[in-house]
Design a protein around this ligand. Structure first.
Ligand code: BDR
Ligand code: CA
Length: 313
């Protein structure tokens, strides 16, 4: 097993095919340090994303990691799901064994507060879905997100010299659009935030060759992730899209190999007024509130993910 990081990690997400690859990458590298997994509405309803998280832990033979179900809905807006990208189950047509262990009774936001307060300054939080759980925690206990060592968020689409395009509306990225009010709360929390938007994740393309690279790692987890990428490519092809992006796993790669990325301090805000601009993230003048990740080493990210998956069963 590759040596893991000295500090603990928490994954909050909405699995989701790319969330699934993120979680399995973490499990392949951080077996002793993944403190917990929390789930939210997002790519699929909460019941499905929670089921998927538990099934993924079973696949990785890590059912000892606790799973906490969180936000059933966004804070203000109505829920939006992404069956066209992730299927109605969240994991496309790719099947997993049925998990046995029950989900914990504690709400994800309460669990996050408890854990962050117990280990101030120590926990790295990876957030790969709508930010509802993080925002709820911050609302219940103002300042709690500042107790995280680092929060790495996949979300938004901030202009870095190129045209700014959304993937859910012409202007908005999915996680930002699915709970823009939560995104606003997290951006304003004063936490140590790293933000990976579409401008970054589109540098790490999903192709048939990349799916094969994951499938060929020799593990069941690798075959599963390769199948997820093939399923994703099939689905986006039906939508007339040719270019896929490995969004969420970039958060795990940033944590595990920051040298694969370049970042710069920026101030980012999100538009929460309903209408065409809902969920649009913008870079503005002023005191920086994020470390905006602007460049990725695509080859290095895939090597890291494949190596981690190869460590699993
Ligand atoms: C994000 O939206 C979801 O569909 C993916 O899981 C990722 O978190 C990309 O916009
Ligand atoms: Ca996600």
């Amino acid at each position: 097993m590759t040596p893991s990081l000295p500090h603990p990690v928490w994954h909050d997400g909405d699995p989701g095919s790319d969330d699934a690859i993120t979680l399995l990458t973490l499990l392949g590298r951080l077996d002793a340090h993944l403190l917990g997994v929390s789930t939210t509405h997002g790519n699929a309803p909460l019941s499905a994303t929670t089921h998927n998280a538990r099934a993924l832990l079973l696949l990785a033979q890590r059912e000892d990691v606790p799973v906490y179900a969180g936000a059933l809905t966004p804070l203000v807006r109505e829920p939006v799901f992404a069956p066209q990208i992730h299927g109605v189950t969240g994991l496309g047509d790719v099947e997993l064994p049925t998990p046995g262990r029950e989900v914990r009774s504690e709400h994800a936001a309460a669990a996050l507060i408890r854990q962050l307060c117990a280990q101030p300054g120590e926990i790295t939080l990876l957030a790969t879905g709508p930010l509802s759980n993080l925002a709820l925690a911050e609302r219940l206990r103002p300042g709690v997100l500042r107790q995280a060592r680092q929060i790495i968020v996949m979300g938004g689409s901030v202009d870095v010299g190129a045209p700014k395009l959304g993937n859910t509306t012409p202007r908005a990225e999915f996680n930002a659009y699915a709970d823009p009010h939560a995104f606003h709360i997290v951006l304003g929390s004063g936490a140590n935030l790293s933000l990976l938007g579409l401008n970054l994740t589109r540098q790490v393309a999903v192709t048939r060759a990349r799916a094969a690279q994951l499938r060929d790692t020799g593990s069941q987890a690798g075959r599963f992730c390769g199948a997820l990428l093939d399923d994703y490519l099939d689905r986006i092809a039906k939508l007339g899209q040719t270019a896929g992006a490995l969004h969420d796993p970039c958060t795990a790669a940033l944590l595990l190999a920051p040298e694969l990325f370049e970042s710069e301090a920026a101030r980012v805000e999100i538009l929460t007024d309903s209408g065409d601009h809902l969920g649009e993230t913008v870079r503005v003048e002023g005191e920086p509130n994020v470390s905006l990740v602007i460049k990725a080493d695509e080859v290095g990210v895939y090597e890291l993910v494949a190596t981690a998956l190869g460590h699993l069963a």
